[in-house]
Design a protein around this ligand. Structure first.
Ligand SMILES: [Zn+2]
Length: 66
């Protein structure tokens, strides 16, 4: 097997649902958080959305925390 070196993110990520590391579709999404952060100047936060290609489970991760 030839390993393509396009970056660690393409190697797969842990899926809670599959309980294994699987391939994921990764996308970035802006989500409004107006309810929680009423005092925040910006109401949208960038989220990293990963969707398991095996089971279809989607996981969102707030990018500002990283
Ligand atoms: Zn999965």
């Amino acid at each position: 097997m030839i390993q393509t070196d396009r970056g660690a993110e393409n190697d797969g990520e842990w899926c809670e649902s599959c309980a294994v590391q699987t391939s994921h579709d990764v996308s970035i999404e802006l989500r409004a958080e107006s309810e929680k952060d009423k005092n925040a100047k910006f109401s949208r936060e960038p989220y990293r959305i990963t969707r398991c290609q095996m089971c279809g489970e989607t996981t969102s991760q707030r990018m500002n925390n990283v």
